[in-house]
Design a protein. Structure first.
Length: 85
């Protein structure tokens, strides 16, 4: 019982010394912040990689579409009958 009264008195002393207007996050807060910062950094890096891939696919699609349009345009003019007779 003597141990419990000693720990209870320590809790009372700690409660009296605690300043309610001062809150510090401590080491755990720093670790959580660092993990979140690393996660955001990794997500941004991944997003940039995916955006570059999307740009490349878009450029390839545009090139294929313009190539198909120019090929069909020349074929249609070549197969059209000439009116020069």
């Amino acid at each position: 019982m003597a141990d419990m009264s000693a720990s209870a008195s320590l809790l009372v002393l700690a409660a009296e010394e605690f300043d309610e207007n001062k809150v510090t996050p401590g080491v755990l807060g720093f670790i959580v912040f660092a993990v979140m910062a690393l996660a955001v950094w990794g997500l941004m890096k991944s997003m940039n990689k995916h955006m570059e891939r999307a740009k490349m696919v878009g450029r390839e699609d545009e090139a294929a579409a313009s190539g198909a349009a120019s090929a069909s345009g020349t074929a249609s003019t070549a197969s059209a009958p000439s009116a020069e007779k």
